[in-house]
Design a binder for this molecule. Structure first.
Ligand code: TXA
Ligand code: MG
Length: 319
């Protein structure tokens, strides 16, 4: 199959209406989309990504009203979050209606729903009368793509079309939130910080799994991982103590130079955590291409998007 990269929304719509997959830009990461109401189309996503069927998919809709077509209810607290953050990097877990096939939710009673903010994908959603099931557009377990080229590098030959919307502005996946017994629960850290969510609904509970949990593989201990080994450590001392190792450094705000440092990616010279999140996945991919023995990184400040960055780095390093 030939894989084309372009900006032609009509072509993307056409592929989706024919039951095929299309990679789409969102503000978080690129997704691999198909008609969520068509089980055969959704199966093509799992096949292209080599994704296990127990891992449920997020459906993408154009606005809250459209979301209400596919869920039984929107609890008041989650409604507040939708009002505050949609369109944006927030995914809500809601009781699904029958029209959502089991293949989308891995048989679970809830479906993950999100309204993405990217203009191209908003235009695309205007033109189809079905929701788009879309996981991140990477082979299962690897780092999520934040450019059309990242998608092409890994999925070429497996999907017909990549809608090119440039580099993602958030850079980490959406924050996944649900409600149980009137308690708001965060299941995955992401593009909306805990602080921002608590400012709207008050104290929340964290249910971020660090062990293998088939019910929510986005929280598998090893996930979001580059091929190369990655170690989270104090960068300066690691460089000092490993003189004969070819090192790739991913740092928050400081450039490290040393004969054993082959490459150094500084995620935000201005020490801005949002900017750092935006650059994180591209930096991990770049390190995979370097002639190095190990990637090292450091813990980021434990606040705002720093928490999501640390979550991804820890999972990437858990081998
Ligand atoms: O930002 C994002 O969320 C991106 C863009 C493309 O929207 N999508 C994304 O999808 O990160 P994915 O498939 O890579 O991660 C979705 C994760 C699943 O692995 C699972 O942990 C959780 O969302 N999830 C989805 N549906 C669920 C459900 N019904 N119940 C519990 N967890 C669910
Ligand atoms: Mg993913």
């Amino acid at each position: 199959m030939e894989t084309v990269i372009g900006t032609d929304i009509a072509l993307a719509v056409n592929q989706l209406m024919n039951g095929n997959t299309v990679a789409i830009p969102t503000e978080t990461v690129y997704g691999l989309a198909a008609n969520a109401l068509d089980g055969n189309a959704v199966a093509k996503i799992f096949e292209a990504k080599n994704r296990p069927y127990f891992d449920p998919l997020i459906i993408h809709v154009k606005n809250t009203n459209a979301a209400l077509n596919y869920v039984n209810k929107l609890p008041a607290s989650l409604q507040k979050l939708a009002t505050a953050f949609w369109p944006g990097p927030l995914t809500l877990l809601l009781d699904k209606k029958e029209s959502i096939p089991d293949i989308v939710t891995a048989g679970l009673p809830k479906v993950a729903v999100r309204v993405p903010a990217h203009t191209l994908t908003q235009q695309l959603l205007e033109k189809v009368d079905f929701p788009l099931a879309a996981p991140s557009a990477n082979p299962f377990g690897y780092v999520s793509p934040t450019t059309a080229e990242h998608v092409f590098e890994q999925l070429q030959g497996k999907i017909p079309y990549i809608l090119n919307g440039g580099a993602c502005t958030v850079g980490v996946e959406s924050t996944i939130v649900g409600e149980d017994n009137n308690e708001v629960i965060i299941y995955r850290l992401g593009g909306i910080s805990i602080e921002a969510i608590e400012a709207i609904v008050g104290k929340v509970t964290l249910n971020i799994n660090t062990s293998s949990n088939p019910a929510s593989p986005g929280s598998l201990a090893t996930h979001y991982a580059p091929q190369k080994k990655i170690v989270i450590t104090d960068i300066a001392s690691y460089i000092n103590n490993n003189r004969n190792t070819r090192i790739g450094v991913i740092s928050f705000n400081k450039l490290f130079q040393s004969p054993n440092v082959v490459a150094c990616e500084v995620l935000s010279t201005k020490s801005n955590l949002n900017e750092a999140a935006q650059h994180l996945f591209a930096a991990l991919r770049n390190m995979d291409k370097q002639n190095i023995d190990v990637i090292i990184s450091e813990l980021f400040p434990d606040e705002g998007l720093g928490k999501a960055i640390n979550d991804r780095l820890k999972r990437a390093s858990a081998k």
